[in-house]
Write a protein that binds this ligand. Structure first.
Ligand code: M6R
Length: 612
């Protein structure tokens, strides 16, 4: 939610910031703004995309070697020019960009209003800007960083901020709590961003700020401490990111690129972990902690959105093969519902970004209760990766499309390896089944490539159903979460109302929706549930519903029975989610494109949900 970029050095800050904001636009795209320091502080902000801001600022004075920028996902106040960041304090002393939510903003605003402050936006961020200024003006001995520090001590909520002070115009102050911030260390220059993508072009040396860190950055110095004034040791990390990963690589959209990358990214996920001789699965990040995991009495898997769907697949895998009780939780529910968590529990947090606020809160709760906390995460250096006891990176590469695709298949790949390894250690899987599943998993990339060749056929099916108002997705067993994921993909990028259901549940309600206008997408490969799902399809057909089925290659029965079908290669049911989800991703992509939707940046969404 919201992307921040800052620059201090000798380059023209505007160009560094605009380029960076475009890379962070996945975090929010309601409005964008920039503040540039060059003797005076110029602030430009606009509703809409970064490109609109860029065109606007190009016609203005935009020099200056210090600046901050922001791309917004609106929380407080509708998306308009006034609510866009940066926000400047009433007397013009402080200008800030902010990612997060100041929860006690209303009380702070009332207090400041009593002190004569007048507000021009509806944002919580303007309150923070004025609070910093109010404190600064109380006492000449208080400098800009002290004012920021004192203001933050009064704030309840989450923030990643970059602050400029017009009276101390050689520095930038940055701080974080709950919202990510990375500082890139250049030669006589520093870069600040919500993630490392805007920084990699300039330097691969970065410092990830921890919660409550505050840094004062000048051209020639970088000092870091804690908002409570305790010293913090500087840990420099090296980025391992290719600039090419941030480009579309010849595809029309990032989402399409990321769908097509899956055979390779799944390979990356199991590279070096899934041994070709099938002898052992090596999950390096878990080696030291594995004896504890083996003894766990229960596993709780937590995530949001697509990551939650991956968690459900993890539950099925772990219960079937490792025979360990598993519970799957929405992070947003878990964190508040006072769950029972014991020190003998292993809690697995799944998050592509590693920055989802609810997931991080669930992590903190589980840690507090003494559970062993593990992460399955895509972003190296993210908060989740740093705060869990141990974990496994998914290695899917940067995912830019807001609709998650390759991150999902990478998460499921990790969960499959984890379940098999645990099953092996707990001696709950036979040697034959273990070898079979390892082999099946290693064949997924090749089979995935074959499915991608159906793109044109899926496009033709999309053309037939693009005007649907509703859609129903059905699956059973391992493919029930795939039905949920297919429905989520369709609704988030095409704005068609879609529901995913366990096929056996259809008769308990959703069947009432079935008529000749309703596309019913059924994930129906030839597995143990095949006969049952064929019956479900018959039930839909009897009510004149249109069935689009994902079927196993060569399935003559379903090809005859359904309105449209997409074939996939045969696979073991436990790895079938990795294949069956691909046609559903492509179907959603083509429908959204045909409806003229912004596939990579769907309305109202943001890639990284760092607010509650
Ligand atoms: O970064 P995370 O995996 O924690 O994100 C969780 C959800 O916000 C995310 O999966 C969201 O549902 C996607 N837009 C789904 O495509």
């Amino acid at each position: 939610m919201c992307g921040i970029v800052g620059y201090i050095g000798n380059k023209e800050a505007f160009f560094v910031i605009i380029k960076g904001l475009k890379l962070l636009e996945y975090r929010g795209y309601d409005s964008a703004g920039v503040a540039l320091q060059n003797g005076t502080l110029e602030v430009y902000k606009k509703k809409g995309k970064v490109a609109e801001l860029e065109a606007f600022v190009m016609e203005q004075k935009h020099d200056g070697a210090i600046g901050i920028g922001h791309t917004r996902w609106a929380t407080h106040g509708e998306p308009n020019d006034m609510n866009a960041h940066p926000h400047t304090s009433m007397h013009g002393l402080f200008t800030i960009v902010h990612n997060g939510i100041i929860e006690n903003y209303a009380k702070l605003k009332t207090d400041l209003t009593e002190q004569g402050y007048v507000f021009s936006s509806q944002t919580d961020t303007e309150v923070l800007a004025n609070l910093i200024e109010f404190i600064y003006r109380q006492d000449e001995a208080i400098n800009a960083e002290m004012a920021v520090q004192l203001a933050l001590s009064k704030v309840v909520g989450a923030y990643g901020i970059a602050v400029l002070c017009s009276a101390e115009n050689d520095k930038m102050i940055v701080a974080r709590k709950g919202s990510p911030l990375v500082v890139g260390l250049g030669n006589g220059e520093y870069f600040v961003a919500s993630d490392a993508s805007p920084i990699i072009e300039f330097t691969n040396q970065v410092v990830y700020l921890n919660d409550e860190d505050i840094a004062v950055i000048k051209r020639d110095s970088f000092t870091l401490k804690n908002v409570r004034n305790t010293p913090v040791s500087l840990k420099i990390s090296h980025l391992n990111l290719e600039i090419g990963e941030l480009e579309k690589g010849g595809f029309e959209h990032f989402m399409l690129k990321e769908i097509h990358e899956q055979p390779r990214t799944i390979e990356e996920t199991f590279r070096g972990r899934l041994r070709s001789d099938e002898s052992e699965i090596v999950l390096g990040g878990l080696i030291n902690i594995f004896p504890k995991i083996v003894k766990a009495e229960r596993i709780i898997i937590i995530g949001c959105g697509t990551s939650w769907h991956a968690a459900l697949i993890g539950e099925y895998l772990l219960e079937e093969y490792a025979q360990i009780p598993v519970e799957v939780e929405y992070a947003s529910e878990f964190r508040y519902r006072k769950p029972v968590i014991r020190p003998t529990d292993v809690v697995i947090l799944i998050s592509q970004s590693g920055e989802t606020a609810d997931t991080l809160a669930a992590l903190h709760l589980a840690k507090e209760k003494g559970a062993t906390v593990l992460g399955i995460c895509n972003v190296v250096g993210s908060t989740l990766a740093r705060e869990t006891d141990a974990g496994v990176f998914t290695h899917a590469g940067v995912e830019i499309g807001v609709a998650s695709t390759k991150a999902f298949t990478a998460q499921v790949t990790v969960l499959t390896m984890f379940a098999l390894k645990l099953a092996r250690e707990r001696k709950t899987i036979s040697a034959e089944d273990y070898s079979l599943l390892v082999r099946e998993l290693s064949q997924i990339p090749e089979k995935g490539r074959l499915i991608l060749q159906s793109n044109d056929k899926i496009k033709a099916i999309a053309e037939k159903y693009k005007d649907a108002v509703n859609a129903l997705y059905l699956g059973r067993g391992y493919l029930f979460p795939v039905a949920l994921e297919g429905a989520l993909k369709l609704k988030e990028i095409s704005y068609i109302h879609a529901e995913g259901y366990a096929a056996g549940e259809m008769k308990h309600g959703p069947i009432a929706l079935v008529d000749d206008n309703l596309p019913v997408i059924v994930v129906a490969p030839q597995d143990d549930y095949y006969e049952k799902i064929v019956s479900n399809i018959q039930e839909v057909k009897a009510r004149r519903g249109n069935v689009i089925a994902i079927v196993t290659e060569g399935d003559k029965v379903l090809k005859e029975m359904v309105t449209d079908f997409i074939e996939i290669p045969a696979s073991h049911p436990a790895v079938a989610p990795l294949l069956t989800v691909i046609p559903l991703q492509l179907l959603a992509y083509h429908i959204a494109l045909m409806k003229g939707c912004n596939v990579d940046q769907p309305r109202n969404l943001a890639k990284s949900v760092t607010v509650e």
